[in-house]
Design a protein around this ligand. Structure first.
Ligand SMILES: Nc1ncnc2c1ncn2[C@@H]1O[C@H](COP(=O)(O)OP(=O)(O)OP(=O)(O)O)[C@@H](O)[C@H]1O
Length: 229
């Protein structure tokens, strides 16, 4: 198993963000972590990325606790801004190259071009949709094993969404896994292998997307509506 959590718990002062999540992420698959605002998706990803320490339970990457080694293989795209506003898109690439051993500049240049961005543009002047594309390009330019994308489609127009989805599919291969957190289920329905439904910090339904559709006789979108209504 690539990523595995067992009875994972994260408590903040008064709030239990993740209650008891046991989840296995296999290699070569695309996963959607679905759930409404505040259900614990970000907190789970941050624990997998080694940015937040679990209160209880375990989370391992290839059998080892999350740490320096796993961080080199896991690319996490946060919802928070990640670059300094004075940087140009070219500077963002250099910054990432300094930071991550697996950053591939040629792939970054290619992704920037695909996303219709310009190397000379200042990150600060980008619209929120273009900034989101930049964030995705920078993350996917890493030759990581596991990509975790937190809300990659939020605030992005439908044309750009399709572009992003296609780019994600290009990066996906037998050796990589992709974990996408979202409440925009429509767009993900077509591309995911597995769906993980999270409600108030707990997994309420998980499985192979085709099997879920078959067993429940409905789409992932309709399952989502049923679970969170
Ligand atoms: N640093 C923190 N301190 C206190 N509470 C927090 C902190 N981070 C998250 N929480 C709380 O934990 C819960 C889960 O938050 P989380 O961000 O993981 O959810 P989410 O599913 O990613 O939501 P969204 O879709 O809105 O991003 C929320 O109630 C949130 O308010």
């Amino acid at each position: 198993m690539m990523l595995e959590s067992k009875n994972l718990v994260k408590k903040y002062m008064t709030k239990t963000a993740v209650k008891n999540i046991s989840l296995s992420i296999e290699r070569g698959r695309i996963y959607a972590i679905l759930g409404p605002n505040g259900s614990g998706k970000t907190t789970f990803m941050k624990m997998a990325a080694g940015l937040v320490k679990p209160t209880n339970g375990t989370i391992t990457y290839e059998g080892l606790p999350i740490g320096i080694e796993s961080k080199e293989k896991v690319a996490y795209m946060s919802t928070e801004p990640f670059f300094y506003s004075y940087m140009t898109i070219a500077d963002v690439g250099k910054y990432y190259q300094d930071f991550f051993k697996d950053f591939d500049m040629a792939r970054y240049e290619d992704l920037i071009q695909k996303m219709d961005l310009n190397m000379k543009d200042k990150a600060k002047t980008l619209s929120s949709g273009l900034a989101a594309k930049l964030k995705i390009a920078a993350t996917l330019a890493r030759k990581a094993e596991l990509y975790m994308l937190d809300e990659p489609l939020n605030g992005i127009d439908i044309i750009a969404r399709e572009k992003i989805i296609n780019t994600i599919l290009e990066v996906a291969n037998d050796n990589t896994s992709i974990l996408i957190s979202s409440h925009l289920v429509d767009e993900l329905e077509k591309i995911i292998d597995h769906a993980v439904f999270i409600k108030t910090g707990e997994v309420v339904l998980v499985g192979d997307a085709d099997r879920l559709r078959e067993e429940h006789g409905k789409s992932i979108v309709d399952l989502y509506k049923e679970i969170y209504a």
